[in-house]
Design a protein around this ligand. Structure first.
Ligand code: KIV
Length: 286
């Protein structure tokens, strides 16, 4: 098994232009698959609100939910760099709340880093968490927790003026001490400029291929999430169909009496069947 990566490995990978692979996971078995597949990083994203709980968005997700899922993922992927995603209102309120909640991810779920959304407006939060000795990944561009303010889940930085703001956010979070950066739903030329300008590793989700690595949501990648598919998603398989077909086949077998078969049954121990039948007969006669 490959050695667990640490922050300096990601800096080295940026230097040697080796792409970092990053995927979300929310549960133990998926984390096991991710580790086995050789992912460099796992994000326990607040997208679990939609992908696991069926919420419309990420806003209702709580710290306690995030911690429980991070714990499960850590058990499934003990050798993978895991990032805990700070949910809405776990850091917006104050620097102190941000540090306390970031600390919970490390103390209770043994994650390696935390991620929080926002650029210039969250620099004091980033500084406070970094000062507490915690690795921080900043997240700019489309930031789903503030999609209301952004006018919906839409791409950012598509005009020169907007793109300049995204670049300013990137420079601000790096200056605040963020160790890595995620750029979401931004034109590739803007993300490329950011990746080339910043010294920290810059990852893309919907921001083109010129970044230092890519992130995707596992539920999109495997074709499990049904509500919508963002433009930047590539589906690598269709588990929704595989699972539904398997369930249909099970229902058919049960209804037809072709499941369970002999091989699925626990047989009585040698000689016990006759004893059992005798006892039942005696019982009926008493
Ligand atoms: O929660 C998540 O999965 C994320 C991605 C959308 C970037 O933050």
């Amino acid at each position: 098994m490959a050695k667990k990566k640490a922050i300096h490995d990601f800096y080295q990978m940026k230097k040697s232009k080796e792409k970092v692979t990053w995927l979300t996971s929310y549960d133990f078995p998926t984390a096991q698959f991710a580790e086995k597949a050789g992912l460099d990083m796992i994000l326990v994203g607040d997208s679990l609100g939609m992908c696991v709980y069926g919420y419309k968005g990420t806003i209702p997700v709580t710290m306690d939910q995030c911690i429980v899922h991070c714990e499960a993922v850590r058990r499934g992927a003990p050798q993978t760099f895991i990032v805990g995603d700070m949910p809405f209102m776990s850091y917006q309120t104050s620097d102190k709340d941000a540090v306390i909640n970031a600390g919970r991810f490390l103390k209770e779920a043994e994650v390696d880093a935390v991620k929080l959304e926002g650029g210039t407006r969250v620099v004091s939060r980033i500084k406070a968490i970094v000062d507490a000795g915690i690795l921080v990944i900043a997240h700019i561009g489309l930031t789903p927790q503030s999609s209301g303010v952004l006018g919906g889940h839409k791409a950012q930085g598509r005009t020169a003026k907007e793109a300049t703001l995204v670049v300013e956010d990137a420079l601000a979070v790096q200056a605040a001490g963020a160790h890595m950066l995620l750029v979401e739903a931004v034109p590739p030329e803007v993300a490329q400029y950011i990746a080339q300008t910043l010294t920290i590793p810059v990852f893309s989700i919907g921001a083109g291929k010129e970044c230092d690595g890519q992130l995707l949501i596992v539920s999109d990648l495997i074709g499990q999430f049904q509500a919508f598919t963002p433009k930047f998603v590539k589906k690598y398989c269709d588990v929704a169909t595989i699972i539904t077909d398997a369930m249909k086949a099970y229902c058919k077998d049960v209804r037809e009496g072709s499941f369970p078969e002999e091989q699925h049954c626990y047989h009585m121990l040698e000689g016990e069947k006759q004893n059992f039948l005798t006892q039942m007969k005696d019982r009926a006669n008493s």
